[in-house]
Structures are given as C-alpha cells and as structure tokens.
Design a protein around this ligand. Structure first.
Ligand SMILES: Nc1ncnc2c1ncn2[C@@H]1O[C@H](COP(=O)(O)OP(=O)(O)O)[C@@H](O)[C@H]1O
Ligand SMILES: [Mg+2]
Length: 248
C-alpha cells in the first residue's frame, strides 16, 4: 500500500529553479509514467522521492505520512545504466541486494535467512528469465539481460514504490515489448506503485495508468533558470483497481 501526495514542491539549486510548485495525488498501485524535455527536472523529482535529494520547499507524503529523509528499502530505483558488480555472478549480484537490505552492517545472511534469500532469489530469477544464466557474469549478458537483473535487484527488496529512470532507454528497441511485459508482470505481482521516466511517448501511454507531462509554465528568455517545471498535464488513463494485465 503506497499512495503518494506531493504538496507545493519546489527544488532550487542556488538561483536555478528546477521544479516549481508541483502538486500531485497518486493512488496506491498506480503506474505513473513521466515525460518531458531533457533537463526539466524529471530525474531530480525521482531523486527527491527516493530521498537522495531534499526539496527546497514543500513535501512528499507516503500513505499520508512525511517521506523519510533518507533512502529506505520501501523505495527502490533502477537507472538507465546498470548497477551490477562485474566480478559477481547473476545470482551473487541478486543476493547482494538482499544482503544489503537484510543486514546492512555486515552484508551477510546466515542460516534460515540465507535459505529464504536463496529461495526468493531463485523465484525472481525465474520471473525475469535469468535462472538459466544464474552463474554467468554481467559481461556475459546482453544489455537487456543486464537490465532485467538490475530490475530484479530492486524488486527483490520488495519496495512499495519502484522508481524507473529511462530503464529501457539504452536497450535495443527490438526487446522493449518483452521488457514491457516483464515490468507489468512484476508490477501486478508485487503490487508496487511505479514511477517511470521515459522519453518514449508511446511507451508512456502503453504502460501508464497515468501520464504526467513535466514542462515550464513560465519562461524568461533573458534568464532561462528563473522558472522551473511543474506537471502541466496529468492524464489518468486506466482505472487503478483493474485486474492485473495479462502476463505472457
Ligand atoms: N546536484 C545538482 N546541482 C546543480 N544542478 C543540478 C543538480 N542536479 C540536477 N541539476 C540541474 O537540474 C536540472 C534538471 O535536471 P534533471 O532532473 O536531471 O533533468 P531531466 O531528468 O528532466 O533531464 C538540470 O538543469 C540540471 O543541470
Ligand atoms: Mg533524467
């Protein structure tokens, strides 16, 4: 369960206004897609939601409560570039994500916790189609497989909110349909609320229950950094309580 409210959110870097007065109400289990010109503050918005960056003014509420000021296991993020350790196998990369979540100081799980982690990792590797590749190293995987592993690394920690920053932007267009099926399946099975930035308008409408367009309302040609972007279009597309989209 994770609804997200954004109230009068502003982000400034010095005199550079990046986001101005952004307001939003997102329901539990929405799949929010975000589009907008390069440099208009989309990544900054996700980084604030993750807790990597703090708002200049305004606030985020998760289920009505103020957002914790630091990243936590309840929120996960996947960037366009892979976040894999090259010297660890597929399985080890996935287990490491769990070990950091479960035992942040020692990064080691033992006994029952370890067995449960292995079971969880196996079933998730199966879900993302990497079980057969579990003993390979990242360099032996295609770009699409590496990105599926990055997504698995975030999902295994069971975040209530999953943040995706152009996750398929670096991939061969031929495999995006498979990636879409995968992310819809994980979204349905794990009941996450998803925020996904994309530069592909078609993708934003296909995947989203709601599309947000980030843009500036005001422009000062003499001082482009004077005004920030906000949500200029907020388009609900699909009822959120819809049954899960059909998995392949
Ligand atoms: N840490 C930072 N310090 C100063 N300016 C930043 C910082 N992070 C982002 N910006 C600026 O904020 C603006 C929005 O960046 P970003 O959120 O990455 O845009 P987008 O993801 O929409 O392309 C850019 O002009 C960028 O240079
Ligand atoms: Mg960005």
């Amino acid at each position: 369960m994770a609804s997200v409210s954004v109230r009068h959110l502003w982000k400034e870097y010095g005199s550079h206004v990046v986001i101005e007065n952004l307001n939003l109400e997102i329901l539990d289990h929405e799949f929010v897609t975000i589009v907008g010109a390069s440099g208009c503050g989309k990544t900054t918005f996700l980084r604030m939601l993750l807790g990597m960056e703090s708002p200049t003014r305004g606030e985020f509420l998760i289920d009505g409560k103020p957002l914790p000021s630091e990243p936590g296991a309840d929120r996960g993020i996947v960037f366009q570039r892979y976040s894999l350790f090259p010297h660890l196998t597929v399985m080890q990369n996935l287990l490491l994500a769990l070990e950091f979540a479960g035992a942040p100081f020692s990064a080691r799980l033992f006994g029952k916790a370890k067995r449960e982690a292995l079971e969880k990792a196996k079933s998730l590797l199966d879900a993302v189609g990497l079980y057969e590749s579990r003993d390979r190293y990242p360099a032996q995987l295609s770009g699409g497989m590496q990105q599926r592993l990055s997504i698995a690394q975030s999902v295994i920690r069971e975040p209530r909110i999953l943040l995706l920053d152009e996750p398929f932007g670096a991939l061969d267009p031929g495999i995006t349909a498979d990636m879409h099926q995968l992310i819809l399946k994980l979204w349905a099975e794990h009941r996450m609320t998803i925020f996904m930035i994309t530069h592909d308008l078609k993708e934003s409408f296909e995947l989203g229950t709601r599309v947000l367009v980030f843009d500036k309302v005001r422009h000062d040609p003499q001082a482009p950094e004077r005004f920030g972007a906000t949500v200029t279009y907020n388009l609900p597309l699909k009822p959120v309580r819809d049954p899960a989209p059909s998995a392949p």
